[in-house]
Write a protein that binds this ligand. Structure first.
Ligand SMILES: Nc1ncnc2c1ncn2[C@@H]1O[C@H](COP(=O)(O)OP(=O)(O)OP(=O)(O)O)[C@@H](O)[C@H]1O
Length: 249
């Protein structure tokens, strides 16, 4: 689904503050995989997601998405394949607009799976039905400004809006880092359920040991711009918690 070949990226090349963020990194992610990426601060995890999303273009190497050469394709050119959720729940939605209007905007932006922007009441009903599947009781609050919701509620709605686009790959960049533990758990469970329902390929960057242990079909450890370890969920299950903890630093 997404293949990176020999990717290198250096920031501020030739200057005193030069950083070799990624070095000859190769990675192949198959359709339907849920890959968890962990590693120390500065090991290149976010740069890797930026390269997949097209917000950073590699110096060398190639990126293929769904069989298409996407190496030099800008972010908007990849949006038909890729949706991205960030750490900050405030990104991705318009705070002053109601929940239903945020869904309307999202549906207008892309071809939406399962939403037709028809008559007002019909659209609202569809949105309510979709939101009810989150089990958060938000289906009765669709006229409320989305900015009045908690971070966890907002992040869950952002997830729902993203996956209802025509996207096939979901990039999750520390999606629960700004949330309390209970909201974080709700958002991760929501993400997992939506990934299954919409048959997405997913990539999660996390600093959370519990999430790294619990989620994904594969786990990768990054270190100094390279893939250090790359194992299946089955192999991961055999690791002791302390061993997995080592992967973070
Ligand atoms: N736009 C940029 N300009 C300059 N340096 C950058 C830029 N983006 C990333 N870097 C540097 O590249 C290296 C890798 O950064 P990156 O954000 O990918 O690491 P990370 O593994 O996601 O870290 P963290 O866990 O702290 O979020 C770091 O040294 C960072 O300072």
């Amino acid at each position: 689904m997404i293949e990176l070949m020999n990717i290198s990226k250096t920031f501020n090349a030739g200057k005193a503050n030069e950083v070799k963020a990624l070095q000859k990194l190769s990675l192949n992610i198959e359709e339907g995989e849920f890959v968890v990426i962990v590693g120390a601060n500065g090991s290149g995890k976010t740069t890797l997601l930026n390269l997949m999303a097209g917000t950073v273009i590699p110096d060398t190497g190639s990126i293929t998405i769904a069989g298409n050469d996407a190496t030099k394709l800008a972010e908007y050119g990849r949006s038909k394949w890729i949706a991205r959720i960030f750490q900050n729940p405030l990104l991705g939605t318009a705070a002053d607009l109601s929940i239903v209007d945020n869904f309307r905007l999202a549906a207008l932006r892309t071809k939406s799976k399962g939403l037709t922007i028809g008559k007002n009441e019909a659209f609202k009903k569809q949105v309510q039905e979709k939101i009810a599947t989150l089990g958060m009781g938000l289906e009765n609050k669709i006229e409320q400004p989305i900015g009045t919701l908690s971070g966890g509620q907002r992040q869950a709605l952002t997830l729902l809006m993203s996956v209802m686009d025509e996207c096939k790959i979901l990039l999750l960049d520390e999606p629960t880092a700004a949330l309390d533990p209970r909201s974080a758990e709700t958002v991760m469970r929501t993400a997992e359920a939506l990934i299954k329902e919409y048959k997405l390929t997913a990539i999660l960057v996390t600093h959370n040991l519990k999430d790294a242990a619990q989620y994904g079909s594969r786990i990768i450890q990054m270190g100094e711009g390279e893939v250090l370890k790359n194992i299946s969920a089955k192999e991961k299950a055999k690791l002791k918690q302390a061993e997995l903890y080592e992967w973070f630093g």
